[in-house]
Design a protein. Structure first.
Length: 307
């Protein structure tokens, strides 16, 4: 598996090199456009293949160490094709994935990654949906503008919302940042309306976390039962095999209801689960969940001292 991923890295690098060289040598705008039309589909396919293989690996350390280099290359090629929706949405996802990998050890770095991921997600939505773009750029707030998005925008919407929601959860002490939670929740709800099973039901995490933190923040609604219901809906999608949901229940809901036993039970379950039982043979997500579960258990007081 790791060998195949390395080969995909190499393939992308070679295509990028040829792409950059062709653009550099060409002074003709028409030729440059032809080069872009020729190479961008190849890069899109290669990036999709790389992401598929990364998600199937069980070697978390390998993926974590290799992802920054892949992000650097993919970000560069995305900027050379700034109107390509698939590349923009995929880049948003990859920034989210890497931020989740590092947030427990480097909060500020993760915040910066989530911000970049949010920006790519929003760019994807604006590129793909002119009506949404017009509304947002004319001053319509995101909670009102998301109704113009369709299923064709689901990928960009999902990773825009999750990047934004996760960034906000790392900045709850900053009122200027917390206000953005309304945009993340609107994105999550719209994504769920379109397809509640998309991306392993990941958007349910936005809603579950939101309902858990709102009472602790300012008493504006939400609450334990609403949070529990949202997480339960997310868990149904992968029949309880999406370990990150249990990690988020432990981190956000368990402290709210002051249930240390459930905290331990959920996290130990994640650590012991088969990483590769999600649809499509995906393993990396649950390997990430295991890492976060171990960190949570080792830092239990960090979560319960908040309440």
């Amino acid at each position: 598996m790791e060998r195949k991923i390395r080969l995909l890295y190499k393939r992308i690098s070679i295509i990028c090199f040829i792409f950059f060289l062709a653009l550099f040598l060409s002074s003709c705008t028409a030729t440059r456009h032809t080069v872009q039309k020729t190479f961008v589909p190849l890069l899109n396919t290669s990036v999709d293949d790389l992401v598929d293989e990364l998600l199937k690996t069980k070697n978390f350390a390998f993926a974590k160490e290799g992802l920054p280099g892949a992000l650097l290359v993919i970000t560069g090629l995305t900027e050379l094709a700034p109107e390509d929706y698939d590349l923009l949405a995929e880049t948003s996802f990859l920034y989210c994935a890497y931020a989740l990998m590092v947030e427990d050890e480097n909060r500020e770095y993760a915040i910066s990654l989530f911000k970049v991921g949010t920006d790519y997600g929003m760019r994807a939505l604006k590129v793909n949906n002119p009506k949404f773009r017009k509304e947002v750029e004319s001053g319509t707030k995101i909670p009102d503008a998301v109704k113009f998005l369709t299923k064709d925008d689901l990928k960009g919407l999902t990773w825009y919302g999750i990047n934004l929601a996760k960034r906000v959860t790392l900045q709850l002490a900053d009122p200027d940042e917390v206000i953005d939670i309304q945009d993340a929740v609107a994105a999550g709800r719209r994504a769920i309306e379109m397809d509640p099973r998309y991306a392993w039901g990941a958007s349910w995490n936005i809603i579950g976390i939101y309902y858990a933190i709102i009472p602790a923040m300012c008493g504006l609604g939400g609450g334990a039962e609403s949070s529990r219901e949202a997480f339960a809906n997310g868990n149904k999608v992968e029949n309880g095999e999406f370990g990150l949901i249990d990690v988020f229940i432990a981190r956000y809901l368990c402290p709210l209801i002051k249930d240390t036993d459930l905290f331990d039970k959920l996290l130990n379950r994640v650590i012991e689960m088969d990483s590769c039982k999600m649809r499509g043979g995906i393993c990396l997500i649950n390997e990430l969940a295991k890492q976060k579960a171990r960190f949570s258990l080792e830092n239990k007081g960090k979560y319960f001292d908040v309440y």
